[in-house]
Design a protein around this ligand. Sequence first.
Ligand code: DX5
Ligand code: ZN
Length: 218
Amino acid sequence: MSRARINPSILSADFANFESEFATIANSDLIHVDVMDNNFVPNLTFGLPMVQRMQQITPKPLDIHLMIANVDKWAAGYAETGAFSVTFHAEASDNPVQLARKIRAIGARAGVAIKPGTNVEGVLDDLSEFDQLLVMTVEPGFGGQALIEDTLTKVSAARRRIDQDKLDVWLQVDGGIDETNIQRVAELGADTFVAGSAVFKSQDRAKQIQNLRDLAEI
Ligand code: DX5
Ligand code: ZN
């Protein structure tokens, strides 16, 4: 497998000091940006103006994770910030394929995410329309939760389909990923790993990012 990607989630960062927080994760692959609306999920973070500003203060590619309702209306705006990728929830879109095409037309990579209770089969047939599949390994909304083991069968199923159809789709996992489980999840086929608390609560974030990456190289 090619090099594993480690994307720290800034949900666990200091929201008043993003510039200095970004500096501590300079060896990451992408910066995972969690947008929550207190509607699709029971938590609130920030919206478009903050993401526009983040785009200005870091040269790192932003991996936007939209946990918002009415995403068909809002996703294009995030793509227009110049974000590297925009991932939205299948559960929040009336037409995920059409929305992915819109995001790609703007120039961002399009990702589709599924919650723990959502079947993966519903998105597998359309995978070629996306650049990334995000299998949520916790209920979206909060950092610091334990990984839900049952979700991992979806990682294996998605990996089989991606390989079988020779698709160029990144397989991302998000929620409860840390040094105790990342290797196992990599073995099941994930190649892109979001880690919030595992990185930001670490004494040496750069070292932890490299540690997670090494463990995920299989
Ligand atoms: C949760 C977010 C995650 C979160 C992960 O809904 O989508 O990105 O920050 O945090 P950890 O890695 O602490 O589970
Ligand atoms: Zn996330």
